[in-house]
Design a protein around this ligand. Structure first.
Ligand code: MLT
Length: 401
């Protein structure tokens, strides 16, 4: 009898970005002189903004004196950070989220994966395709069957709620990773109405909301009426403020969000999350939380917006260049990601290898995000702007030959 969780055996060999890193490593080992421009994983390149650095220095000083030293922090995160988030990220946009509905963590990747602990292994899960692979992989690890919701140019990369079957859980991510697509208020309202009608819980990943530049687009699912009864939202400082190395994020679970247990009891989802986090998690570090608090100040907001503006100008340049190459790009307007077709429908891993070996550019193969990503690839605009321009020249040279 096996003692391993055999659900892991149903996964692809490696997590997408591990597979990419392995191929890049093999290439740099065999060609140590080769220049490589990394536009695969969405990892930031701009340094932390000055007010964040100052806050971190002050936090380290706090830890060096007995009277200001901190050990374990509150499980949900320090109240001063949760209050700053509730004010800056929600109240300032007219959305009511209370600090005690906010759970600070070390990343949206962990939260979107860990949240699966709250649901039954038999829950029916709807996940758009293509998608951030964490949603699929973590559900497969828990033994759930995932229903793919195809999204492409025909539906503007926003799948409609299925009318032929009920979902217990549905994942949505906008601005979208990997396609860079956005969701309109009308489309998000359709999903919320569907969830309220069918009892579906929407797991809404808005880690990229800081890249939205169109005032008509929703930043939060809680801007939509009724969402407090059917949705959990995930946010992160990683891409917003350059915290991929610092680590700080948060999840919002409204008080109203309840599900019905098999004995008919009404269960508050937040209480399950509190139980789970209390048992398996000890919080984000004090220094990271002070850094995040600095992002929520007017000075911090302005500084990180200048950074996202910078990444968006690189994204626009990439999009234009791919358009000129005839690769039919989308995204990149309210997102750091640009999604495009491979030339002549080339298999996306073949295109990945071609770009790595011949152009010296790391792209992300679309197929790594799901079957609907076949013949597509993703570029990240988090690269240095000059490097990104050079990458476009290298890709164009190879594609034209
Ligand atoms: C990505 O490239 O899709 C992201 O960087 C992955 C992540 O945020 O974990």
């Amino acid at each position: 009898m096996s003692i391993v969780n055999e659900n892991f055996l149903r996964l692809e060999g490696r997590y997408l970005f591990q597979e990419i890193a392995k191929r890049v490593r093999a290439h740099t080992q065999s060609s140590p002189q080769a220049r490589i421009i990394r536009m695969g994983i969405g990892d930031v390149t701009c340094p932390l903004v000055p007010c964040v650095i100052s806050a971190m220095h002050r936090a380290v000083d706090d830890l060096s004196h007995a009277d200001t030293f901190r050990g374990y922090g509150p499980e949900r995160g320090y109240l001063w950070l949760r209050e700053a988030i509730a004010q800056q990220d929600y109240a300032s946009r007219g959305v009511v989220v209370s600090p005690d509905e906010i759970y600070v963590s070390d990343g949206a990747k962990s939260d979107t994966g860990n949240i699966t602990d709250l649901f039954s292994p038999t829950a029916v899960v709807g996940i758009p395709d293509p998608v951030y692979p964490v949603y699929v992989d973590t559900n497969v690890m828990s033994g759930r069957t995932v229903i793919g919701l195809p999204s492409d140019e025909a539906n503007d990369f926003v799948p409609l709620p299925p009318d032929d079957r009920r979902l217990d859980i549905a994942y949505l991510c906008y601005p979208n990773n990997p396609t860079g697509a956005v969701i309109t208020r009308e489309a998000l309202t359709r999903w919320v109405d569907y969830a309220l009608r069918t009892g579906t819980i929407i797991l809404y990943d808005s880690a990229y909301e800081a890249f939205i530049r169109d005032a008509a687009l929703p930043h939060s699912i809680f801007e939509i009426e009724g969402a407090r009864h059917c949705a959990i939202e995930f946010r992160s400082f990683s891409k917003t403020a350059g915290f991929t190395g610092v680590r700080c994020a948060y999840t919002v679970i409204p008080h109203e969000l309840h599900v019905t247990a098999s004995n008919g009891a009404s269960v508050r989802l937040a209480s399950l999350w509190e139980r789970r986090q209390g048992c398996k998690f000890n919080g984000a570090s004090y220094v990271s939380q002070r850094a995040a608090e600095a992002v929520c100040t007017p000075e911090g907001r302005a500084a990180v917006q200048a950074q996202t503006d910078h990444y968006l100008s690189t994204a626009r340049m990439i999009r234009e260049r791919l358009q000129q190459m005839g690769l039919r790009p989308c995204g990149g307007l309210h997102s750091p990601y640009i999604w495009a077709h491979t030339p002549e429908g080339m298999d996306s891993w073949t295109f990945f290898d071609l770009m790595l070996h011949e152009a010296g550019v790391v792209v992300t193969p679309g197929e790594g995000f799901g079957a609907c990503g076949r013949g597509r690839f993703r570029l990240s605009a988090f690269a240095d702007a000059d490097d990104a321009r050079e990458a476009m020249d290298c890709m164009e040279r190879v594609i034209k030959n």
